[in-house]
Design a binder for this molecule. Structure first.
Ligand SMILES: C[S@@+](CC[C@H](N)C(=O)[O-])C[C@H]1O[C@@H](n2cnc3c(N)ncnc32)[C@H](O)[C@@H]1O
Length: 256
């Protein structure tokens, strides 16, 4: 329902971080009713199975972000299907409004006078660290967390600001891991700060690589496979190492 008490025919929906079990019940409900689904690269195929068999599924993924034309085309398709009266779901990885350009799509719908609903998604920025055993805040260790994009478009991030955050979760870090870790060190973050790269968090092929900030790029770089990756920096990463060590130490019969 929207503010006018009617059910919009267009929805911006978050698909969650990967694991189809982390897709919301509300998301599944609107997906079942959709005539057209415009979906991204980072949406698990199992999530798409909630769509009804006759629905039109259109892949509108972008590989690196920032391609203005592709985004304009996606918006044009969204508006065209909506204007034909179809029930449209725009399905985006994680949450639609966390580095997902969902806001631009919402603005376009609003400008066109097309009512739409929003179904929030579980963002990878919180879920991937949690699934890897890293709480993004923790009493006594981190009372604040910054979510930022490592994209170097438009001058890149404010590294000095990011270096001061108790926990930093950096999106779109992929090939820029070494650049990001060097920039944080140059901006004053301590070399020994616990850090992690989480690639394909919550997916079947998730990998988590930890190490002191100054060593992480060398450790992780050769192992990364090109999947979506986050860099997490802060004392909270040390909890994972402690928890993993403790769990391994628990005898099998008590570990369940
Ligand atoms: C365009 S942003 C979209 C983020 C998404 N809206 C969200 O809330 O998770 C894509 C970036 O999100 C991060 N990402 C998305 N899914 C991920 C996952 N399962 N594991 C690790 N990072 C992920 C990566 O940094 C990737 O480059």
């Amino acid at each position: 329902m929207n503010d006018h008490g009617t059910m919009p025919r267009v929805h911006l929906v978050g698909a969650g971080p990967g694991d189809p079990g982390l897709f919301t019940l509300r998301g599944a409900e609107v997906l079942r009713q959709a005539d057209v689904v415009l979906h991204d690269r980072l949406v698990h195929p199992e999530v798409l199975r909630h769509a009804r068999s006759g629905a039109l599924l259109v892949y509108v993924g972008k590989e690196g972000g920032g391609e203005q034309v592709a985004q304009e085309e996606t918006i044009a398709q969204l508006l065209a299907h909506a204007r034909r009266g179809r029930r449209v779901v725009r399905l985006k990885g994680g949450d639609p409004f966390v580095f997902g350009r969902g806001g631009e799509e919402a603005m376009a719908l609003a400008r066109a006078g097309i009512p739409f609903g929003v179904v929030p998604g579980v963002s990878s920025g919180i879920a991937a660290p949690a699934a890897a055993g890293i709480p993004v805040t923790h009493r006594g260790l981190a009372a604040a967390v910054t979510f930022a994009s490592a994209s170097l478009a438009r001058g890149g991030p404010d590294w000095a600001h990011l270096a001061r955050s108790p926990t930093l979760v950096l999106f779109m870090v992929g090939h820029g891991l070494a650049v990001a870790t060097r920039a944080l060190l140059a901006a004053g973050r301590a070399a020994q700060t616990p850090a992690a790269v989480i690639e394909s968090g919550t997916w079947e092929d998730q990998q988590v690589i930890t190490g002191p900030l100054a060593e992480l790029a060398d450790r992780a770089g050769p192992r990364l496979r090109g999947g979506p990756a986050l860099l997490v920096v802060g004392e909270v990463v040390g909890l994972r190492d402690a928890w993993v060590a403790a769990t391994l130490a628990i005898p099998e019969e008590r570990a369940s």
